[in-house]
Design a protein around this ligand. Structure first.
Ligand code: GLU
Ligand code: MG
Length: 441
């Protein structure tokens, strides 16, 4: 893999250009054009049907246009099997009137960032991406772990390590600063972290990371699996999201005079995400499988509580009070099936609402969640996160703030798509049910 450097129009150096955009489910979509079509596509865009983004036909939005965002152009560091070079460029989606399409997740996030910036707050986002590297196994399973190692182990199974190195190298060649990667808790499970940045940049890059990981794993006969809970007996995959707000004079979440180093603005913002946690769950955990991960004793939070040190809470204050810039909020419940653009937009809306209503932050919960009884939780006013998709979707429907941040079209599409997944799953009779009931009822 070699890095190629950009000239005035970097796309002129490649054979093919993949125009990337994302649907409301957070899946990367693409249209590939030969380089000799690039100049025209760059200047005039390319028309597409809204059903590609929404996940269902909608005659009202059949006439959309992709418009490349040249600032996002990167050379893909791996060629096609025939040796042709490929450029990748994220696109904005415009409606028939040439305005940003209301349900384009990148447009939703741009709107949310603009709203934060109008308040003098520049959002900074980072993510920790967890995934499994699996070897093909029995049909109907996601595969079997590619190694037998555990948390931060120095594994002797170098095949899985090589895949992680390939991913890190490819991402670095595409301009990401890879901070590191390590073995996660369970066999075959890995985590890779790249440097935090602006909201849109981080959300785009996460999608690039997932794609790159899948390609690199496949080249070594493994699969990179980001589904929230691929193996019932092992931990799930989290997508920990880190976020802070910067102001003109410096980081807005820090206050040296406060015992915890937290500013009032941080406390109100955190109280905002606690208040909107049920609706944010629909965005952070949008798949049927998400709720197989959100169970007690799996390293995963199940309550909407916050803490400074305790990692079993959904919201943790991370960073070092002595380093103001590092102080941030970590959301520990989202998983990699989330659409990061929509999730980040929802978080920013919850922050703004917490600030506007000057919401009071409840006490931190420093005890491990599984040691708290139902009575303890009730006494502290700590609610459970939604435990299934329909509950989370209802919360999103009822949350005017988060819905407004997404806009009715995107919010409606999220609810409709997730609900249709739930309905399909609801009709499946599982082996567990057969075993449990066939001979006993
Ligand atoms: N894999 C765990 C989860 O699904 C998180 C492990 C960690 O703390 O990094 O939430
Ligand atoms: Mg982790």
């Amino acid at each position: 893999m070699t890095r190629q450097y950009a000239t005035d129009d970097p796309a002129l150096e490649v054979d093919l250009v993949q125009l990337l955009f994302t649907d409301v489910a957070g899946r990367l979509k693409t249209l590939e054009v030969p380089a000799d079509r690039w100049a025209e596509v760059r200047d005039r865009g390319w028309t597409l049907d809204g059903s590609v983004l929404l996940g269902y036909g909608d005659p009202e939005h059949s006439d959309l246009r992709l418009r490349p965002d040249p600032a996002t152009f990167v050379h893909r560091p791996w060629t096609t099997p025939a040796g042709r070079t490929v450029g990748l460029v994220f696109c904005d989606v415009l409606d028939a009137a040439g305005q940003p399409f209301a349900a384009d997740p990148r447009a939703v996030l741009r709107r949310a960032v603009a709203a934060a910036e109008a308040r003098g707050q520049s959002p900074v986002f980072g993510v920790e991406a967890e995934f499994y590297l699996l070897r093909a196994a029995a049909p109907g399973t996601a595969g079997e772990p590619a190694d037998g190692a555990g948390y931060w182990d120095l594994s002797v199974d170098e095949q899985a390590d090589e895949v992680c190195r390939d991913i890190a190298e490819a991402l670095a060649l595409m301009g990401l600063t890879v901070d590191g990667h390590h073995h996660e808790v369970c066999p075959g499970q890995r985590e890779l972290v790249f440097r935090h940045g602006g909201a849109l940049e981080t959300a785009d890059r996460l999608l690039l990371l997932k794609h790159t990981a899948k390609v690199m794993a496949r080249r070594r006969n493994l699969s990179a699996v980001f589904m929230p809970k691929p193996l019932a007996h092992l931990y799930g995959n989290a997508l920990h999201v880190h976020v802070s707000l910067d102001g003109e004079a410096g980081p807005l979440f820090h206050d040296a005079a406060d015992a915890d180093g937290m500013s009032e603005l941080f406390r109100h913002s955190l109280a905002g995400v606690l208040d909107h946690a049920p609706a944010l769950t629909a965005l952070g955990n949008p798949s049927v499988n998400s709720y197989k991960r959100l169970v007690p004793a799996s390293g995963t939070p199940v309550h909407a509580s916050w803490a400074r040190h305790n990692r079993s809470t959904a919201f943790k204050v991370a960073g070092d009070t002595a380093a103001p810039r590092s102080l941030r909020l970590e959301l520990r419940s989202p998983d990699p099936s989330a659409n990061p653009h929509l999730l980040f937009a929802g978080v920013l809306a919850a922050f703004a609402d917490g600030q506007d209503r000057a919401l009071k932050l409840p006490e931190a919960c420093e005890e491990p969640a599984d040691t708290l009884t139902a009575a303890d939780l009730a006494a502290r006013g700590i609610a459970a996160l939604p435990t299934d998709l329909p509950t989370a979707l209802r919360a999103l429907e009822e949350d005017a703030t988060v819905r407004a941040a997404l806009g009715e079209l995107a919010a409606g599409a999220v609810v409709r798509n997730s609900r249709s997944d739930w309905a399909a799953w609801h009709r499946v009779v599982t082996p567990w049910e057969i075993e449990q009931y066939a001979q006993t009822v």
